[in-house]
Ligand binder design. Structure first.
Ligand code: NAP
Ligand code: MG
Length: 402
């Protein structure tokens, strides 16, 4: 069989630990035999980030800006323990944070649904895609431990030196305060990405905040979304037969649980962080959650939502066989290949990506899966090692392609 030819390379961002091991196997077993894979390779493994003073992360994000589509392996975000473990020059920042800051995007997370694994919420029939704002709020906040009696104020000084002061609290004893921010520019990008993704996916868009309590901060998010919808997106939405719907976050949570799924739920940074773990678990597991960063300039970075699965990696290093689930990483590759095929007009590449996704799901549906899925599967299930599972997918794929 002739290999499928590519035109533009994908930006390949390699990563760490168990996912790095799987990355190589996925390429060897599921991609290289079928696709003349063109990639621009960046090694974001922690050792190489340290050697390059993290320049490689910046370079990979710039490459994603230039080439438009990237696929990323999970990476270690260093903490004190990792600094010791790897003898790092310093505690490098989260690569995802660095990449997001450069691409200025919104993260969309979608569960991979498979027959035989039912969501905990029985009425969910279709995936719910979660769109998380990836800038600001408590993730860029300043915190202060108030030692005792005293007045806390919010103070803004404009460029002419004029001050605006608002009392926060007149403390009678010790306590805590927190200052956080967001920018119109970032909220605008977030809103644009959400509306554009909804049009692309042809699905309704929900957005929710706590604007009844946060009458300036959260209300501003609501206003930006609503203005942008009225000025730019109402018409294309109506033409596509989809709707934009705003509701209070507590109301949204209740409606999400009662829904059938099949829509996009946009949330502020913290709400998105918390709710994406809830959705992943309720749909099945974090190992079945895909993630794509969409920039307002039309660049895409695909990855798995989970981390580097450190516990499995330490077992792998001891020579033990592991049963680490590769599904979200496979879907990161298929997402990127499909997008590349779409942008470059290579239908065979898109068809291959779909065939690989279908083969992966069909393998699980036939009862062969990694250990994490076995207790969730309704039917007879066999727990395979990562290698055996990838081989089973290869067999299914080959049977389908020939
Ligand atoms: P994790 O790698 O997601 O793993 C947490 C646990 O979830 C695992 O121990 C495993 O449970 C289960 N799990 C996750 N993915 C799995 C898979 N594919 N197959 C089977 N089980 C899976 O999170 P973590 O242990 O908190 O973080 C490890 C490292 O990943 C950290 O250094 C962190 O910085 C990094 N991280 C990176 C990203 C990213 O690059 N996007 C995201 C999150 C975390 P059992 O051990 O019970 O089997
Ligand atoms: Mg989280």
């Amino acid at each position: 069989m002739d290999k499928i030819q590519m035109k533009t390379p994908l930006v390949e961002m390699d990563g760490d630990e168990m996912t790095r091991v799987l990355w190589q196997k996925i390429k060897e077993k599921l991609l290289l035999p079928y696709v003349d894979l063109k990639t621009e390779y960046y090694d974001l493994g922690l050792k190489h980030r340290d050697e390059t003073d993290d320049q490689v992360t910046v370079d990979s994000a710039m490459a994603a800006q230039r080439l438009g589509v990237a696929v990323k392996c999970a990476t270690i975000t260093p903490n004190g323990q990792r600094v010791k473990e790897y003898g790092l020059k310093q505690m490098w920042k989260s690569p995802n944070g660095t990449i997001r800051a450069i691409l200025d995007g919104t993260v969309f997370r979608a569960p991979v649904m498979v027959k035989g694994i039912s969501p905990c919420v029985i009425n969910w029939k279709k995936p719910i895609i979660l769109a998380r704002h990836a800038y600001g709020d408590i993730y860029r906040s300043v915190e202060f431990r108030v030692p005792g009696k005293g007045l806390a104020e919010l103070c803004y000084t404009d460029t002419d030196g004029r001050e605006t002061r608002l009392p926060i609290h007149d403390f009678q004893g010790p306590g805590v305060i927190l200052g956080m921010h967001n920018t119109d520019e970032s909220i605008h990008s977030f809103a644009h990405s959400c509306f554009q993704y909804a049009l692309y996916a042809k699905q309704d868009l929900w957005f929710s905040t706590k604007d009844t309590i946060s009458k300036t901060y959260d209300h501003h998010f609501k206003d930006i979304f609503s203005d942008l919808y009225e000025t730019t997106y109402r018409k294309p939405f109506e033409e596509a037969g989809i709707t934009y719907f705003y509701t209070l976050v507590d109301d949204a949570v209740a409606r999400v649980i009662r829904s059938e799924g099949g829509f996009i739920w946009a949330l502020k940074n913290y709400d998105g962080d918390v709710m994406s773990d809830m959705l992943a678990t309720a749909f099945s597991s974090l190992a079945m959650m895909t993630s794509v960063l969409v920039s307002p300039h039309g660049q895409f970075e695909y990855e798995a939502a989970h981390g580097t699965v450190t516990r499995h990696y330490y077992r792998y290093l001891k020579g033990e066989e592991t049963s680490t689930n590769p599904v979200a990483t496979i879907f990161a590759w298929t997402g990127a290949l499909n997008k590349r095929g779409e942008l470059d007009g290579i239908p065979e590449l898109c068809d291959f990506a779909v065939a690989l996704e279908t083969a992966t799901l069909a393998t699980i549906e036939s009862g062969r899966m990694t250990k994490d899925l076995v207790p969730l599967f309704d039917g007879e299930a066999q727990a395979l090692s990562s290698d055996a599972f990838l081989d089973a997918i290869t067999d299914t794929l080959q049977a389908r392609l020939s």
